[in-house]
Design a protein around this ligand. Structure first.
Ligand code: FMN
Length: 95
């Protein structure tokens, strides 16, 4: 069964969640296993621009954030990697 993940970042039960759920309902009707996450439920540390990830990529190594294991990005990434399709639904606040 195909897995579809919706990633939202608006208010709980707000418009972006409603739109994501509309998409997921159609996916589910067509046989997909669906899941939705709201980024507000996760601890995501802000990028400092230290470039340690890009330096590793430049050396042909697997990029790794200095915050690896210190926030929830691994949990989020695991969900991304398990999904066959990803729907991103975010509110527009600055044009
Ligand atoms: C402070 C603020 C700024 C906003 N700026 C924009 C904007 O620039 N463009 C736009 O299309 N909508 C704008 N909106 C509307 C939001 O995108 C809209 O309220 C959306 O439903 C919020 O998502 P949510 O309901 O999932 O929280 C703005 C809303 C707020 C509160």
């Amino acid at each position: 069964m195909k897995k579809v993940l919706a990633v939202t970042a608006g208010r709980k039960s707000g418009n972006t969640e409603i739109l994501a759920k509309e998409v997921l309902m159609v996916a589910e009707e067509n046989g997909a296993e669906v899941n939705m996450i709201n980024l507000h439920d996760y601890n995501i540390k802000t990028c400092t621009g230290c470039e340690s990830c890009t330096m590793k990529m430049g050396k042909g190594e697997r990029p790794e954030c200095i915050y690896k294991g210190k926030d929830d990005m691994d949990r989020i990434m695991e969900k991304f990697l398990q999904a066959d399709g990803i729907v991103i639904s975010i509110p527009s606040f600055v044009l």
